[in-house]
Design a binder for this molecule. Structure first.
Ligand code: PRP
Length: 186
């Protein structure tokens, strides 16, 4: 689905599919150089990371093994609680492995902060983060992000895996959702 198929549901396209793919190619070259000795295990966080995982893994010029986790960041009622529950765990043993977490977006940073520590505690050799998008003005914790696609403003953003009520994940571009869709002001 392209932005043009959505009429007035989107305010503005922030990054087109072509821009996302071009930036991912740049990140892939950095990742290849950094992991020249041994490819990392790519760990995608469902569901939003499906698109970036599919594109990044195919762009990489080494064997990219993939595993998946599903986490809920609403443990204690609010997303900002930082309480994370594992809904689906890894299939792989990551002891002594280099792990690269693949995400669609880092918002408050709480989910990834928790996840990074969790994976480190399992004996991984290293745990780094790759995200397509980051909202610097929403960050609540100090989080080192090794590979970041684009910094974006604190708006309601959909597409390329990001949803509103489970819709818009299959939009090819990243766009700001029009406020009238979710009852916001604007
Ligand atoms: C999104 C995103 C991250 C998390 C980031 O997932 O994929 O996992 O939120 O937010 P944070 O930085 O504030 O912790 P979401 O919970 O929306 O689930 P989804 O991937 O299934 O859409």
């Amino acid at each position: 689905m392209d932005a043009k198929h959505l009429g007035d549901e989107l305010s503005v396209v922030l990054h087109t599919e072509a821009e996302l793919h071009a930036r991912l190619a740049e990140l892939a070259r950095e990742i290849e150089a950094d992991y020249a000795d041994e490819p990392p295990l790519l760990v995608g966080v469902l569901k939003g990371a499906v698109m970036v995982m599919a594109d990044l893994a195919r762009e990489l010029r080494f064997h990219a093994q993939m595993d998946w986790m599903a986490v809920s960041s609403y443990g204690a009622g609010t997303k900002s609680s930082g309480v994370v529950k594992i809904l689906k765990d890894l299939d792989s043993d990551i002891t002594d492995r280099d792990v690269l977490i693949v995400e669609d977006i880092i918002d408050s940073g709480l989910t990834l902060h928790w996840l990074k520590e969790n994976l480190e505690s399992r004996g991984a050799r290293s745990v780094r983060i790759c995200t397509m998008l980051r909202k610097p003005d929403a960050m609540k914790v100090d989080l080192e992000v090794a590979y970041n696609g684009f910094d974006i403003p604190v708006d309601f953003v959909v597409g390329y895996g990001l949803d509103y009520a489970e819709d818009y994940r299959n939009l090819r571009d990243v766009a700001i959702l029009a406020p009238h869709v979710y009852g916001g002001e604007g």
